[in-house]
Write a protein that binds this ligand. Structure first.
Ligand SMILES: Cc1cc2nc3c(=O)[nH]c(=O)nc-3n(C[C@H](O)[C@H](O)[C@H](O)COP(=O)(O)OP(=O)(O)OC[C@H]3O[C@@H](n4cnc5c(N)ncnc54)[C@H](O)[C@@H]3O)c2cc1C
Length: 321
């Protein structure tokens, strides 16, 4: 690695790191550092994102259809403070196949002449660069502290395959005594997820669909074949953020990760850069690029999230979890 050969060095190959690499490559050379296991198969997952994010994906060369998008949804079924679900109108959202998004972004990055990819480089051995961005997700490897709840919410999910109508694909959400459950789908796949605290999971066993049926939310699993549920990728779903000094600017989940219920981790990640108070002069360029489509409303939302959650967290040193 020749020192100083890159304008931007990005650690991490999730959607935020790879999207940022493609945008930053319009300005100069980019080095993307992936972990050793980067090419391991990404587990199946369906994500819900605002329809406006598709414009950015199209600009980056990703067609909505190849991401698995089969419909734009303007309604969801929600049972938050009552047992029966209500139909709630919402801004347009689409359901995308997350492993395909990651694969296609990686293909675009790999093919880009201004981007170089290396794997498993040591933090201390990275070359000097105009911008050093940490996009390592919740691990936030450059952070000195990460702030997360003492009993983090964990999502477990399962997938069922078949042929599903538009109504069956719609987002459904139900509150439960120990957390919440949701469902969403595409034309040929439905995903069921249950979010509850790590401690609550320890005390709980059995297949997801059966648990939800027993919890009185049959409507959430209606039309989903009981058999043949494949387990999907879950993970920590609590709000989390990080702090630390140093030259790295943390972006995406490495800066602030939202609760899965926010359902907009990827789009909100684009406005996180300005929250890094330590961001140097060069960071402003990236901020401008990433904010080109999403105005100050999103920024205010993200800033409010960071502030309002501060009272409920414990601080852990990076790498403790
Ligand atoms: C269960 C679940 C459901 C979700 N559902 C939705 C949804 O429906 N809609 C939505 O918009 N968002 C959703 N989110 C949030 C969304 O996944 C995140 O906001 C998004 O993945 C953040 O992207 P990122 O690139 O910042 O981080 P990540 O996706 O976490 O990527 C970080 C990358 O960095 C790599 N890395 C880690 N350490 C190192 C290292 N030392 N060196 C190099 N690379 C490293 C990792 O391997 C990974 O590839 C969900 C999250 C979870 C957990």
């Amino acid at each position: 690695m020749a020192p100083g050969a890159w304008d931007t060095v990005i650690l991490g190959g999730g959607p935020v790191g790879l999207t940022t690499a493609l945008i930053a490559a319009r300005q100069g050379g980019v080095l993307v550092v992936l972990p050793r296991q980067a090419h391991a198969r990404t587990p199946l997952r369906i994500d819900c994102v605002p329809v406006s994010l598709l414009a950015l994906f199209i600009e980056l060369g990703l067609h909505p259809a190849e991401l698995g998008v089969t419909a734009v949804h303007h309604h969801r079924l929600v049972a938050w403070d009552s047992a029966a679900p209500q139909v709630v109108g919402s801004a347009g959202t689409v359901h995308i196949m997350r492993p395909i998004l990651e694969r296609r972004l990686l293909e675009q990055v790999s093919a880009h002449r201004a981007i170089t990819i290396v794997t498993d480089a040591r933090l201390g051995a990275l070359p000097a660069a105009g911008r050093f961005l940490d996009a390592t997700g919740r691990r936030a490897v450059t952070a000195e502290h990460r702030y997360l709840p003492a009993n983090p919410a964990v999502l477990r999910a399962s997938i069922v395959r078949g042929a599903f109508s538009r109504a069956q694909q719609a987002f459904r959400l139900a509150s439960l005594p120990t957390g919440y459950a949701y469902r969403l789908g595409t034309r040929d796949m439905l995903m069921l997820g249950l979010v509850q605290g790590r401690e609550q999971w320890r005390a709980s066993a059995g297949p997801l669909a059966e648990k939800l049926g027993a919890a009185g939310v049959e409507w959430l699993v209606a039309g989903m074949p009981r058999a043949a549920h494949e387990s999907s990728s879950g993970g920590v779903a609590s709000v989390q953020w990080s702090s630390g000094s140093g030259r790295a600017i943390r972006i995406g989940d490495a800066a602030v990760a939202r609760d899965a219920l926010a359902s907009q981790g990827m789009i909100a990640a684009e406005v996180i850069v300005p929250l890094n108070r330590s961001a140097g002069r060069n960071a402003g360029v990236i901020v401008k690029l990433l904010l080109f489509r999403h105005g100050t409303q999103h920024f205010r939302k993200a800033a409010a999230l960071g502030v309002s959650c501060a009272a409920n967290t414990t601080s852990r040193s990076a790498g403790e979890r």
